[in-house]
Ligand binder design. Structure first.
Ligand code: 5CA
Ligand code: ZN
Length: 412
């Protein structure tokens, strides 16, 4: 748990862009209470890259705003510790898939800690949640919302027509859904499915693949159902935020919400569906499958202060698709040096308006560039006039606390 200084006053109600509504919506109660958030975790077949870091940072800033508003935050994340990409990588590299998963999960957790990301109360793996996942699939099967293929595989699919308002989260047309489904692991062409978009819920055991017992027969879960089960088991339905990168909107988040809504007969799965933009490098989305990656752990090993990485990523808005550059890192280093130098001053311009501005910016859909600009302005004023005749003696400490509590940047 990173240090979280308390600040005078409090943040106002956070507004975030909800993909399902297509607009900003208030998230969390208007007065101090509880916020429940589920964010999709990593598939640990490779080290975490800066795209992952950017996504978890966005939800970290949200959590900081909620805490500053006086809320308690219940936050859970899964770990996709069994899935096709993990098995494929383990096979390619001739390593044990379970060892690979636990090793990369540890690197990820260390990265998150170094970046001062407030950890979720639980990281839950698919394997440790297997019994509940199998129960959920069995329940969907028993209710007729899922069906088992009779081609000898015993694979189970979710019938998307059982979800009365399927598509409400992503609001895409069918052609677009089919495109994304094919691009992101779906099997539209599979014979025997009721609808090409029906997603896999349970994959019957295959030769050479790990499997777990269930009432459907031995096998392992499809991807989307793990997040429905882990989220609902830990946090219940009608959570405040389901979060992740924009690459998860369809089919993953749409399907996770639909599974849970159909299984529990209540609606919605989440009050707000929040999606971060994609970090690109060398012109293309950073992705494990493409291999154009900058790893957080490599930057750390090269001696780069994690606060610089954090500041570099926060310099862009979380919803914008944006390019990672060396320049971004250099600018963040300069900024951090300036901020650290400025808070060493004996006095500075009143910091209360800066805190108010940072809060205003962050409550407005996490405008971190705006919040950073507010602190820049204060720091430039101090650097321009380090020995002001009038100035607040409390200001440097309040600026340091503001940066630490709300942006996770330690200036001391
Ligand atoms: N385990 C699943 C979710 S259940 C998964 O998508 N894992 S992941 O390792 O591929 O991605 C973890 C998170 O990082 C997801 O929220 C994903 O949307 C996000 N992410 C992946 N690549 C990028 C990127 N280039 N920029 C921003 N976020 C990204
Ligand atoms: Zn997920």
């Amino acid at each position: 748990m990173p240090p979280l200084p308390s600040l005078p006053g409090s943040s106002k109600q956070l507004r975030l862009y909800d993909t399902a509504a297509g607009s900003l919506v208030p998230v969390g109660p208007p007065t101090p209470g509880q916020v429940r958030m589920y964010v999709c975790g990593i598939t640990p077949y490779d080290a975490a890259h800066l795209g992952h870091a950017a996504t978890y940072l966005a939800f970290d800033v949200a959590q900081r705003v909620w805490r500053d508003a006086g809320h308690t935050v219940r936050y859970v994340q899964n770990v996709t510790d069994i899935d096709d990409p993990l098995l494929e990588r383990a096979n390619r590299d001739n390593v044990d898939w379970a060892a690979l998963a636990s090793q990369e999960t540890q690197v990820f957790r260390d990265d998150m800690a170094a970046l001062r990301i407030i950890p979720p109360e639980k990281y839950l793996g698919v394997i440790e949640s297997m019994e509940s996942i199998a129960e959920m699939v069995a329940k969907l099967l028993a209710s007729g919302a899922a069906y088992q293929l009779d081609d000898g595989t015993a694979d189970v699919y979710f019938d998307i027509k059982s979800a009365s308002d399927f598509g409400y989260e992503s609001r895409l047309d069918r052609a677009m859904m089919l495109n994304l489904f094919a691009e992101r692991g779906g099997d539209a062409e599979r014979a025997g499915k009721r609808d090409a978009l029906d997603p896999l819920l349970w994959r019957g055991a295959r030769e050479g693949e790990p499997s777990w017992p269930s009432s459907m027969g031995p096998g392992r879960p499809g991807w989307h159902v793990e997040c429905s089960v882990i989220a609902v088991n830990e946090l219940g339905m009608d959570i405040d935020v389901q979060g992740g990168g924009s690459d998860l909107l369809f089919p993953h988040h749409e399907m996770s919400a639909a599974h849970a809504e159909v299984a529990y007969g209540t609606h919605p799965f989440a009050k707000a569906y929040v999606h971060t933009g994609m970090i690109a490098w060398q012109g293309e989305k950073m992705s494990k499958s493409k291999g154009n990656l900058v790893f957080t752990s490599d930057l750390r090993r090269a001696g780069i202060d994690p606060a610089v990485i954090r500041l570099a990523l926060l310099a862009g808005h979380y919803r914008a698709n944006r390019e990672w550059t060396e320049d971004l890192l250099a600018q963040a280093q300069t900024r951090l040096d300036q901020w650290r130098a400025a808070v060493l001053a004996v006095a500075g311009p009143d910091a209360a308006p800066v805190l108010a501005q940072v809060r205003e910016n962050l409550a407005d859909d996490l405008d971190t560039p705006g919040a950073i600009a507010a602190i820049d302005e204060w720091a430039f004023a101090v650097i321009a006039d380090p020995e002001p005749e009038t100035g607040s003696l409390q200001a440097p400490a309040l600026i340091a606390d503001t940066a630490e509590a709300l942006l996770g940047i330690s200036l001391r």
